[in-house]
Write a protein that binds this ligand. Structure first.
Ligand SMILES: NC(=O)C1=CN([C@@H]2O[C@H](COP(=O)(O)OP(=O)(O)OC[C@H]3O[C@@H](n4cnc5c(N)ncnc54)[C@H](OP(=O)(O)O)[C@@H]3O)[C@@H](O)[C@H]2O)C=CC1
Ligand SMILES: O=C(O)[C@@H]1CCC=N1
Length: 267
């Protein structure tokens, strides 16, 4: 399948890298367009992909078009390329708060639209992508797209009304985890550990703890209890977090993030 990227910023590049590293897509089948020529030149050199003169040329030569620009220019770009989108091509969106309805409103409800919410670990094949298909995507096409997206991590079809909260707990979550690890490393540095060593240890310890939840299927509260020895070290950390409002801050973070996705969808 010929795949075109409109926009090769942070997320576009992460997906591009995911396709190449996973070998799900041949470099000859990838086209990219971005107004930043320097960015294009770097990516062409790095991945051996091709560029297109503009958004319309890219749409003409691609069967699947990935719109990887900021949400505020989605309408403009879709308007621009719509004459090149027939009933066979597929448009894949990745923007926060950009509904299937909105894309259909511009392209027509006879077009094939896939709304996704990927996340940055796609670039190391450990991404998580939420997917919504419009009614024009066939059963076979759904399987083909899910197979493509699982090349760079997990992918699952979700109900579109859950896409706002999915954005909070998957699309945006790398930033939350990054802050969490950075702050924990500050604590380690405070106690004399070199920062690079702390980051290396934390990335393993945090990944392992996260995998425990998925693999053991135990309740996270139970896993926490198993770590807290009576009168031991961990319960001191737990007490400090509760005192600092850690849980409330995280709940509010998910809530605010979800609200913002809703707001973006109302624009
Ligand atoms: N970053 C993330 O972790 C995630 C992002 N997303 C979604 O991905 C989308 C992109 O975000 P992100 O990658 O972070 O943003 P970036 O700003 O990093 O990337 C957007 C890219 O699009 C380029 N661009 C601007 N205008 C055009 C145009 N007319 N044609 C082609 N390219 C254009 C920009 O160039 P220039 O910089 O020169 O303007 C930039 O390179 C957003 O819709 C966001 O909601 C979804 C999940 C996770
Ligand atoms: O911050 C954003 O709006 C995008 C969507 C999810 C992650 N980054």
């Amino acid at each position: 399948m010929k795949i075109g990227f409109i926009g090769t910023g942070n997320m576009g590049q992460a997906i591009l890298e995911g396709f190449i590293v996973s070998e799900k897509v041949k470099k000859e089948d990838i086209f990219i367009y971005d107004p930043d020529q320097l960015k294009l030149d770097t990516l062409i050199k790095k991945y051996g992909v091709s560029t297109a003169e503009n958004e319309n040329k890219l749409a003409e030569s691609s069967e699947l078009i990935i719109l990887a620009v900021k949400p505020n220019i989605y309408d403009k770009i879709l308007e621009k390329i719509k004459s090149n989108i027939d009933g066979k091509k597929k448009i894949l969106t990745i923007a926060a708060g950009y509904s299937v309805d909105r894309a259909e409103g511009i392209l027509g409800n006879d077009k094939k639209i896939i709304r996704t919410m990927p996340n940055m670990p796609a670039q190391i094949l450990e991404g998580m992508t939420g997917v919504v298909f419009n009614k024009n995507i066939t059963h076979e096409e759904k399987a083909e797209i899910l197979e493509l997206l699982t090349g760079f991590g997990g992918a699952e079809e979700i109900d579109e009304k859950l896409m706002h909260v999915f954005t909070s707990i998957s699309g945006s979550i790398p930033a939350v985890v990054d802050i969490f690890i950075e702050a924990l490393a500050d604590g380690a540095v405070l106690n004399g550990m070199p920062r690079d060593k702390a980051y290396r240890i934390l990335s393993e310890a945090v990944a392992g703890s996260a995998h425990m939840i998925g693999k053991t299927k135990k309740h996270p509260g139970l896993l926490k209890d198993e770590v807290c020895s009576p009168g031991g070290t961990t319960i001191e950390a737990v007490a400090a977090l509760e005192k600092g409002g850690f849980r409330a801050a995280l709940i509010e973070a998910v809530n605010k993030c979800t609200e913002k996705s809703v707001k973006l969808s109302e624009k």
